[in-house]
Design a protein around this ligand. Structure first.
Ligand code: C2E
Ligand code: CA
Ligand code: CA
Length: 728
């Protein structure tokens, strides 16, 4: 959970940091650009219109005194008519008092204000199309005569052009000699300029005397301005043009270009900032997800990305397997080589696994010898085969060694509702699934071989049981919940009681009656077995002492001592002291060691056995013949008793089995050891063992393990011949 929070924080901080700086930067830039553009446009428009406005204002002022006075009005109008402007004078009712030129006003007037001068005026749009006026007198300077020649030559073409484009305004600018309208009516005298020039159609290219003349455009939009004529209530409405010439367009383009460049730079800077931010974040996230040993994915990646993938709705119909793959020999390898070499090996293993990973699957190095895999699967058997193949590949990653790998698998099946629709995995917790895979793997933890184990409910039940046992172990000892059962050993020849084995039982108030198979292995694993052994030795010694005092014919009782106990160098002394504390003679207590214990530290073992014998305890080898052969240990260990494992007598030993048993007995005899046969259930086995000279039989044939009270009865009787019962 913590990892996920850290990851979320990293993502959040970076994203917000980037986003906020980006937004602030972008808005400030845009604001500056918009302010600049508006100011510039305002300036342009005002600069264009102010001159005409001022002219009209003068005309309006001139009209103020003349209007309404016949003679003066006439003089005024004829004067104004010559000004070259199209204009109107409206009376207080809006009716036209006088007009010059065609009235092409739009009927609707707009109340406007002329920029920073804050002058109010009426503005009318023009009904006609925007004129396309072409050319620029200042642009092309050619001699007047040549212009005239050229016009004469192209007159006809101009006519055509004018006919094709009604409303096309073609003007010719002349110097001292204004050109007269000719019969086409499309030429017009223009205002006087000192220069010479020609205005000709937009984008037209014309050749005069071999000289290429190119037109430039001028944007010219007609606009009617209405100004009040003093206090008369009349209005002077003049037609003006809002026009842009080449220089202005160039200036405008330059400013626009400059702004565009600024915007582009801003965008680039912003882009740079955000890309570097994203990169930085990527680096942090990558670092967060990278395993330093394999340079691949780590546990964090597995957990976060894996869970994200599994929760995606599009994968709800896909079955996934979460695998805990453990390199069993890793610790040994590191001890024999070096950490660096071990890590190199892990990297190689990771790479081999990586090659086997398909799309939408993942692998991560979880911890020292553990890898996490998330695989897609359709069928458990196919998955098993795939994993076996993978393990074979990584086993031979270093041909010089025999490596083993164990895989624990937890399956995430496709869940469907009653109508068969696949359900989302919104709440899936991958770490829990991985933990289940680890639990499945841990079932093989005692083995050193490669293997695959699938997580199932039995494992869960086992774990729960384990927890329940461990939770209660201490209180069980304190409350004396463990009971000592005695299983008598009889001589098959004389049928006399000649010994017993103490076997533990657990009478738990909440778990019920528990057999040792269900808790001894757990205690052997967690080390609590040493307490149990002490408990049993003390209790047996106490019982024996009591029985001795009560006058029973006591026989030696053997107690199981776990191999885990043999690590303690003063084990013999501990046992002696415990038995002494109960005041029990040493010869009434026998110590049983399991065969597998003989594989540990041999020297220490021989030492302990020797001392136990010195103190007067008999020592027996339990479960002889089960599992590994220990003939060799027999040679070195000064043992008193050999207990033949029940396995020899299970399901009828057969001829060969009988040979082995009789040879074992003979071997024991020649080594001066007594023999006990365990697990004998039928008379034939007992008869055979009697014939072979086996000293004692411990098995259901004579008696099952029993409570001390029942055992007391057996001691009292001393003699028992089950053959009599069977014969009856
Ligand atoms: P073990 O020491 O080999 O004990 C013999 C087991 O075989 C006993 O099982 C006993 O009940 C059973 N047995 C005896 N005769 C027959 C027979 O004729 N047929 C069959 N089917 N079984 C027979 P139990 O008492 O359940 O003990 C199981 C194992 O638990 C023991 O095997 C021993 O390894 C361990 N154990 C029991 N008590 C103790 C103890 O106090 N301390 C330690 N460390 N281990 C103990
Ligand atoms: Ca035993
Ligand atoms: Ca045994």
């Amino acid at each position: 959970m913590k990892n996920k929070e850290v990851y979320r924080k990293i993502r959040k901080t970076n994203t917000w940091g980037n986003l906020i700086s980006l937004l602030v930067f972008f808005s400030v830039t845009m604001m500056l650009i918009v302010i600049t553009a508006v100011a510039f446009l305002n300036y342009m428009v005002e600069a264009k219109l102010i001159a005409q406005y001022q002219t009209f204002q003068t005309y309006a002022a001139m009209s103020e005194d003349a209007i309404g006075k016949d003679a003066e009005q006439k003089t005024l109008f004829s004067g104004l008519d010559r000004s070259g402007y199209d204009y109107l004078i409206l009376d207080e009712n809006g009716a036209v008092l006088h007009s010059c030129g065609e009235d092409t006003r739009d009927s609707e007037a707009i109340q406007a204000r002329l920029g920073f001068l804050s002058r109010k005026l009426m503005v009318y749009k023009d009904r006609d199309q925007t004129y396309l006026n072409v050319g620029d007198s200042g642009y092309i300077n050619v001699e007047y005569t040549r212009i005239m020649d050229w016009f004469r030559a192209t007159n006809e073409r101009m006519d055509d052009l004018a006919a094709e484009n009604p409303g096309l305004f073609i003007s010719v600018m002349t110097g001292d000699e204004p050109m007269e309208d000719d019969n086409t009516g499309h030429f017009e005298d223009s205002f006087e300029t000192s220069g010479q020039g020609v205005l000709f159609p937009y984008s037209a290219t014309t050749e005069i005397d071999g000289e290429i003349l190119k037109a430039t455009e001028e944007l010219k939009a007609p606009l009617w301005m209405g100004l009040p004529i003093g206090e008369t209530g009349c209005v002077f409405v003049g037609k003006s043009y809002f026009s842009l010439d080449m220089n202005e367009i160039t200036l405008f383009l330059e400013v626009a270009g400059f702004l565009v460049i600024i915007v582009v730079i801003m965008i680039l800077v912003l882009l740079g900032i955000s890309i570097s931010g994203i990169r930085r974040q990527r680096r942090v996230v990558n670092y967060f997800f990278t395993d330093p040993v394999t340079v691949g994915h780590n546990q964090m990646y597995f957990q976060i990305k894996g869970e994200q993938m599994l929760r995606k709705s599009r994968y709800k119909t896909v079955g996934f397997a979460v695998v805990n793959l453990v390199f069993v020999n890793y610790r040994n390898y590191v001890v024999c080589h070096s950490v660096a070499q071990g890590e190199l090996l892990l990297k190689q293993i990771y790479q081999v696994i990586g090659k086997n990973i398909r799309s939408r699957e993942m692998v991560a190095h979880m911890s020292s010898s553990d890898f996490g895999l998330l695989l897609r699967y359709d069928n458990q058997e196919n998955l098993r085969m795939r994993l076996e193949g993978l393990i074979r590949q990584i086993e031979s990653v270093d041909p010089g060694h025999n490596f083993a790998f164990q895989a624990g698998v937890s399956l995430i099946e496709v869940k469907r509702n009653d109508s068969g629709k696949a359900l989302h995995r919104h709440r899936l917790d991958l770490s829990e699934e991985y933990n289940n895979a680890c639990t499945a793997r841990s079932v093989m933890a005692d083995s050193e071989d490669s293997g695959i184990a699938f997580f199932d409910e039995k494992i869960v039940a086992d774990r729960r049981w384990q927890d329940a046992v461990i939770e209660r172990q201490k209180s069980a000892v304190a409350n004396e919940e463990f009971k000592v059962y005695y299983q008598p050993k009889y001589s098959p020849v004389t049928n006399r009681l000649s010994g017993a084995e103490a076997l533990i039982r657990w009478q738990s108030p909440d778990l019920g009656f528990v057999t040792p198979y269900k808790f001894i292995p757990i205690f052997e694993k967690n080390g609590f077995i040493t307490e149990i052994d002490h408990y049993m030795i003390s209790h047996v010694a106490r019982d024996q002492k009591r029985w001795l005092d009560q006058g029973y014919e006591c026989v030696p009782v053997s107690v199981n001592v776990s191999r885990a106990h043999f690590i303690e160098s003063d084990l013999a002394e501990q046992i002696r002291d415990m038995v002494d504390a109960e005041g029990c003679p040493h010869h009434l207590v026998e110590i049983e060691l399991t065969e597998s214990a003989f594989f540990d530290d041999k020297k220490a073992m021989i030492d302990t056995i020797t001392r136990l014998k010195e103190y007067g305890f008999a020592v027996s080898m339990d479960d002889f013949g089960a599992g590994y052969s220990s003939l060799n240990s027999l040679k070195d260990m000064p043992l008193d008793v050999l207990k033949l494992d029940a396995e020899f007598f299970r399901g009828g030993a057969g001829d060969r089995g009988q040979i082995v048993v009789s040879e074992a007995i003979r071997l024991a005899k020649s080594l001066n050891m007594r023999t006990v046969a365990e697990g004998v259930e039928i008379a034939e086995q007992a008869d055979f063992l009697a014939a072979e000279g086996c000293d004692m039989i411990q098995g259901y044939f004579y008696a099952k393990p029993m409570e001390s009270g029942d055992y007391e009865e057996k001691m009292k009787a001393g003699y028992l011949d089950p053959r009599e019962k069977t014969e009856n």
